[in-house]
Write a protein that binds this ligand. Sequence first.
Ligand code: SAM
Length: 260
Amino acid sequence: THFGFETINQEEKADRVAGVFTSVAESYDKMNDLMSFGVHRLWKDYFVSSLNPGATTPLGRPQRVLDVAGGTGDIAFRIVEHAHSQNANPNIHVTVSDINPAMLDVGRQRSLRLPASHQAALSFLEANAERIPANVPDASLDLYTVAFGIRNFTDISAALREAYRVLKPGGVFACMEFSKVGNPLLNAAYKQWSFSAIPLIGQLVAADRDSYQYLVESIERFPSQEEFRDMIKDAGFDVAGCGYENLTGGVAAIHKGIKP
Ligand code: SAM
């Protein structure tokens, strides 16, 4: 492959991932729209609605959420918005965490455009998902979200164990990630698009072909829906009632697990 990821060590992978996201931070939001024809917005809306944040029993019970690899804030902002407008419940706090300070900076800047009450519900934390810092204590969270982040982690199992540690019993792990397309025709079209067009768009729009080439290859290497569900199960989560759900024929998939 382009970067020869199979042969590099874990430290090198982490460095490359850091380089990619520092390099794409400023163009990240525009590129997402171009690469997915805007569909990533629909997936993110769907993902957050499916979690129905703010719907607590009893209504108004405080809810703590950690959005891991939260990047420029797309998921966290939607969670706060959903709790406020769909459930009239402002009693929610979302921490946007990311390993990359450049991505978090863009997120912080974007959050300034939100209503003051939404801004007050957000905080930002520089953190590696594989070693969540001690200011996120054990069993302290109701919801852990990670969207289009986990495939970049060096040690996915370590991140899943950390997710398990920080969630309360009954807390929900929810992940949205690019996945495997089942239909061969759709898969052929999708592969054609991602391997030829995405690096080219990256080159033309963000002047950064290599980073977008990396993103496409990282999707290729990520485990299938079933394999990933088993990894979540191995970390201790209950996946029986939820498991996974495909979006757009498996271009992306949502996985959920509950900490028993
Ligand atoms: N969740 C956001 C979204 O859906 O738009 C951002 C997704 S972006 C494709 C992936 C993010 O994962 C980047 O911001 C990157 O810095 C972050 N990331 C990569 N490795 C990480 C790690 N080990 N711990 C935390 N974040 C990481």
